[in-house]
Design a protein around this ligand. Structure first.
Ligand SMILES: Nc1ncnc2c1ncn2[C@@H]1O[C@H](COP(=O)(O)OP(=O)(O)OP(=O)(O)O)[C@@H](O)[C@H]1O
Ligand SMILES: [Mg+2]
Length: 252
C-alpha cells in the first residue's frame, strides 16, 4: 500500500545520436505526493517521463511504478499512469469529448461509462461548453486542459504532467494548480515538470532538480529550501528559484 508511486534506480539513456540524456538517475516519488521535477531545457525531464510511460527505451537502470517493474508488467504499469505530455498531441479535427472518450477505449472502458465520466472531467476542468466544438478552435490553455482530462479518463493512480501550465495565463494556471492539488487530496500521486518555480515552491511537497542528466538536489520542499541561506536575490522569484539558478549555473 505504501509502496512509492515511482522508484527509479540508476537510470541511463543514451540516444542513438550519442546524446547522454540521463546519466544514472535515482529518484523516489512517494505515493500520494505532489512532486515537482525541475530542470533547465534539455536536462532530461521529458526523457525520464518517456521511459516511465513506456514511450522511450532506457539504456540501463530500473523503474517501478507502485512496486511493479515497467519492463516485467508494462501494460499494468501503463494502466496505473495517466500522462499529459509536453506536446499538444490530440487530433485537432476531433471534438474534446471524443478525444477523451476514445482514450477510454484504449483501456477497455465501455462508452456508457466513458461518456458521463468524460463530461464530468471536462466540466470540472472548465471545458463543459467546449466539448462538442472542433479541437483546433480551443485556445492554448484549453488544449492543455483537454490533455489533462484525457490523462484522467481511466482513473489513474499516478498522474504525470510534463509542463501542463506552459503558455497558460496566470489565472488559469492558479485554477489548474488548485485542481491538481485537489487530485492529490483524493490520493492521486502527481509528478510534474514546470518552469514556474515559484508555483512549484508553493505547491509541491517534494522536489528534484535535474541538470544535464543528473539529479543535483532532491528531497522534501522543506529540506531543499533549507539548503539556501539568507533571503532571496531580489529577482522576484522565491527561494527555490535562487537555489535552482545557483545549482544549474554552477555545473558547466
Ligand atoms: N528523440 C531524441 N533523439 C535524440 N536526442 C534527444 C531526443 N529527445 C531528447 N533528446 C536530447 O536529450 C536531452 C534531454 O532532452 P529532454 O527532452 O529530456 O529535456 P527536458 O528536460 O525535457 O527539456 P525541456 O525543459 O526543454 O522540455 C537533450 O539534449 C535533447 O536534445
Ligand atoms: Mg521536456
Amino acid at each position: 500500500m505504501n509502496e512509492p508511486a515511482l522508484t527509479i534506480k540508476n537510470l541511463e539513456k543514451t540516444y542513438a545520436s550519442g546524446t547522454q540524456a540521463l546519466k544514472g538517475v535515482s529518484l523516489e516519488v512517494p505515493s500520494g505526493d505532489f512532486f515537482a521535477l525541475l530542470g533547465p531545457n534539455g536536462a532530461g525531464k521529458t526523457t525520464l517521463i518517456g521511459i516511465v510511460t513506456g514511450l522511450v527505451t532506457k539504456t540501463a537502470g530500473s523503474v517501478s511504478v507502485h512496486g511493479i517493474d515497467i519492463e516485467k508488467e508494462p501494460e499494468w504499469t501503463r494502466a496505473l499512469i495517466g500522462l499529459c505530455g509536453q506536446e499538444i498531441n490530440f487530433d485537432p479535427w476531433m471534438k474534446p469529448l471524443d478525444v477523451v472518450v476514445n482514450q477510454a477505449g484504449y483501456y477497455g472502458i465501455p462508452r456508457s461509462v466513458a461518456i458521463p465520466r468524460a463530461k464530468k472531467i471536462l466540466g470540472d476542468l472548465g471545458l463543459g461548453d467546449k466539448m462538442d466544438q472542433i479541437g483546433f478552435r480551443l485556445s492554448g490553455g484549453m488544449k492543455r486542459r483537454l490533455m489533462i482530462a484525457r490523462a484522467l479518463i481511466h482513473e489513474p493512480k499516478f498522474l504525470i504532467l510534463d509542463e501542463p501550465t506552459a503558455g497558460v495565463d496566470v489565472e488559469l494556471r492558479r485554477s489548474m494548480w488548485d485542481y491538481l492539488t485537489a487530485l492529490t487530496k483524493q490520493g492521486i500521486t502527481i509528478l510534474l515538470t514546470t518552469h514556474y518555480l515559484e508555483e512549484a515552491e508553493r505547491l509541491a511537497s517534494h522536489v528534484a532538480i535535474i541538470n544535464k542528466g543528473e539529479i543535483i538536489l532532491a528531497g522534501s520542499m522543506e529540506e531543499v529550501l533549507k539548503t539556501h541561506e539568507g533571503g532571496t536575490s531580489g529577482y522576484g522569484g522565491g527561494k527555490l528559484e535562487d537555489i535552482f539558478v545557483k545549482l544549474t549555473s554552477e555545473q558547466t
